[in-house]
Design a protein around this ligand. Structure first.
Ligand code: ADP
Ligand code: ZN
Length: 467
């Protein structure tokens, strides 16, 4: 099984005196990058959050979009007395960002902008995000926090197979790793064969990419006759797209590594919003810098703790483009309770999907992650799949049809029709059990579906009015 040491959960609080996360050689075994911030008592953190929220309200009053709202509501920093007052503040949506494209939300002069990134445009036109020098320093620090929480140490070598470019994944993680002091191989996304050569030549212990690309790397290795379990990687930090617990097990098993989840989005900062510790029971939210609410996407009221809802994020300390209550469209659950690792932050579950990705099929809500979960429960299938939705027949009298194409393992292929039919039935049953929906299942040959180097695209919706 995976070799990386489980980091000691009794963090060496005393051994690091700096709140800046100086990672001296004496603290090499510490599993907390910034003990002062990350293990702060709840009341202290709350006081900090309120203070920062007040300063934020003052800062964003220079943005016409927010100023207009504040004037209408007679709002100002003096009205923020507790965290409940967050609810007085307006939401910000991706459409608002688009309407004020590209820099309507900037709170600093252009001369102070140090870098510009963009969202990858998974769900429409990309949006740009600006950073000051201070934002970039904070970003590196926040990435360092989750990387260290997931076992990164200065003596490690890390292969970054995320895209370097407008996408925040590559550069965000890059500077986080540099901050920790580990060696970086900026391999960037794609060219799986070359990734494998680099891996074999340079012996990195850590891999960073999307979860789907981790599987592509394992596949690529097998194709070259290399046992993926024999690769030097010992653990991986994966993010950028939704994945399931079963996919985690699959990746861990195929590559013989330990896999950690981390979450972020460019509008808010990029990766670094939250990430898992060695306990892997939810992602620690860096809530001294981000206030995260979990709301019912229809009523916009908070859901009870532990229930799924849309994450809405307020950036407490961003300088160039701070946002109030940004509606992420990502669905997850929040948990408060203590974590054995010693961190005191709010935690979030993995993302079950984005509300943009949610399909409504014959009135039933379906997330691609539910299909993934079903497939990985059936022996002989793989995590490579494609969901197709159609509405054949005459308008008004037709029904949605869901087809799931699944790659099966080479060994599973059989000439016997009855065996293949039984496998299809098993998969359809599992999908029905998990998602409550009937799907047509098509088994396809290994490697016949498209592979992705970044975020996977799992859905083709051919119904009228769909993208
Ligand atoms: P885009 O919205 O164009 O994909 P980003 O590159 O900023 O732009 O991607 C951020 C989005 O990626 C998040 O809003 C979320 O939907 C998804 N994402 C990022 N990390 C994770 C993760 N660990 N699990 C699930 N989804 C994730
Ligand atoms: Zn923890």
């Amino acid at each position: 099984m995976p070799t990386p040491e489980r980091m000691p959960s009794s963090q060496s609080l005393q051994s690091s005196s700096s709140s800046q996360g100086a990672f001296s050689s004496q603290t090499a075994s510490a599993s907390i990058w910034d003990p002062v911030a990350e293990t702060q008592a709840a009341e202290q953190r709350q006081a900090l959050q309120i203070e920062r929220l007040r300063a934020l309200v003052e800062r964003v009053a220079t943005v016409p979009f927010y100023r207009a709202y504040f004037e209408r509501q007679d709002l100002g920093p003096q009205r923020i007395r507790s965290l409940d007052d967050l609810r007085r503040l307006p939401f910000t949506t991706k459409d608002d960002l688009r309407r004020h494209h590209p820099f309507g939300f900037l709170t600093v002069p252009r001369a102070e902008v140090a870098r510009i990134h963009g969202s990858s445009g998974t769900t429409g036109t990309p949006t740009f995000v600006a950073y000051t020098k201070g934002d970039l320093a904070l970003w590196a620090d926040l990435c360092a926090r989750f990387l260290v929480a997931g076992g990164l140490q200065p003596q490690h070598t890390v292969q970054v197979a995320f895209g370097y470019g407008l996408f925040t994944g590559g550069f965000g993680l890059h500077y986080g790793i540099e901050r920790v002091g580990a060696a970086i191989i900026p391999a960037a996304a794609g060219n799986t064969r070359r990734q494998l050569t680099i891996m074999r030549d340079l012996d990195p212990e850590v891999l960073i990419c999307t979860p789907s690309y981790a599987l592509t790397i394992a596949d690529g290795a097998r194709e070259l006759g290399i046992d993926p379990r024999g690769l030097p990687i010992r653990f991986g930090h994966f993010g950028g797209e939704p994945w399931t617990e079963d996919l985690r097990l699959e990746i861990e098993q195929q590559l013989d590594i330990q896999a950690f989840n981390n979450y972020g989005l460019s509008e808010v900062i990029g990766p670094g919003v939250s990430g898992e510790c060695a306990e892997r029971n939810g992602m620690h939210i860096q809530d001294d810098h981000f206030l995260v609410e979990c709301l019912d996407p229809d009523t916009l009221e908070p859901v009870p703790e532990g229930e799924p809802g849309e994450l809405v994020i307020t950036t407490l300390t961003r300088e160039a483009m701070p946002l109030l209550r940004y509606r992420t469209r990502d669905i997850a659950r929040l948990y408060r309770g203590p974590c054995p690792c010693g961190r005191t932050s709010l935690r979030m579950s993995r993302i079950s999907g984005r509300s943009d990705d949610m399909l409504i099929i014959r009135g039933v809500n379906l997330f691609p992650s539910q299909i993934e979960e079903a497939l990985l429960r059936v022996e002989g299938t793989t995590a490579h799949y494609l969901i197709e939705v159609e509405r054949p027949g005459t308008p008004g009298r037709s029904m949605d049809e869901l087809t799931v194409k699944v790659e099966i393992q080479r060994e599973t292929f059989s000439d016997r029709m009855d065996r293949m039919q039984a496998l299809r039935d098993r998969i359809a049953q599992e999908i029905h059990a998990i998602a409550g929906i009937r799907a047509k299942v098509e088994l396809v040959e290994p490697r016949s579906l498209e592979r992705f180097v970044g975020k996977a695209k799992r859905v083709i919706d051919r119904r009228e009015g769909s993208d």
